[in-house]
Write a new protein. Structure first.
Length: 207
């Protein structure tokens, strides 16, 4: 039995108490990985952003909203896990000066300053000791090159390449890339099937 840490869904970065930045991640990929890991008898910890899916009962689930909350939860559990599958799509930027009250609409342009959030995956790669680390790359330009660069720079054991269209779909074209140059094409694959493949890949990489 392996101890899986799985992240799912988007994060939200608030501009004011009403408005926030986010993305189209539904959490379906992460929750499919949770189901696949449980089906094989593994232990699962789930860190999930705001999604409309109910987590399975009997697992350790942490609900978060912002990227920093997700980072804190992931880092807290990291040392005790064997495998991380990071399907979550946290926001890369947040408002540098969020307002404590609702920003009123006014004439002309509204300009906001943004700052970087914590790069969770990169930090996990830096802290990695014995863990297997699997990430995702959502790319729409120079996809292969960008995914392989992310695989190397963030010290991952595998990365799943997909496109932004996969956010809104139960099926998509995926490609699994490994550091030794190997790759596995998975055209028109549903997320449940991909999840099962990733759980088996994690087991193989960990052995």
């Amino acid at each position: 039995m392996l101890k899986f840490l799985i992240t799912a869904g988007p994060t939200r970065e608030y501009l004011d108490p009403v408005r926030f930045l986010t993305n189209g991640s539904t959490g379906k990929m992460g929750y499919a990985c949770v189901d696949a890991a449980l089906a094989k008898g593994h232990q699962v910890t789930l860190v999930t952003g705001p999604v409309s899916i109910t987590p399975p009962t009997g697992i350790d689930t942490t609900h978060v909203s912002t990227t920093e909350e997700m980072a804190d939860a992931v880092f807290r559990h990291y040392d005790q896990c064997d495998v991380v599958i990071k399907t979550a799509a946290p926001c890369d930027y947040r408002p540098a000066y969020p307002s404590n009250s609702k920003i009123k609409k006014g004439p002309g342009h509204f300009v906001a300053k943004f700052e970087s959030t914590t790069d969770i995956l990169a930090e996990l790669g830096r802290r990695k000791t014995r863990q297997i680390l699997i990430g995702f790359a959502v790319e729409d330009e120079n996809a292969q090159d960008n995914a392989r660069r992310k695989l190397k720079e963030k010290n991952l054991d595998a990365i799943v390449l997909n496109s932004p269209a996969s956010f809104a779909s139960d099926t998509a074209d995926f490609q699994i890339l490994l550091p030794d140059g190997q790759s596995q094409q998975l055209p028109t694959t549903n997320k449940s099937n991909l999840a099962a493949i990733l759980i088996e890949l994690a087991k193989k990489l960990h052995s």
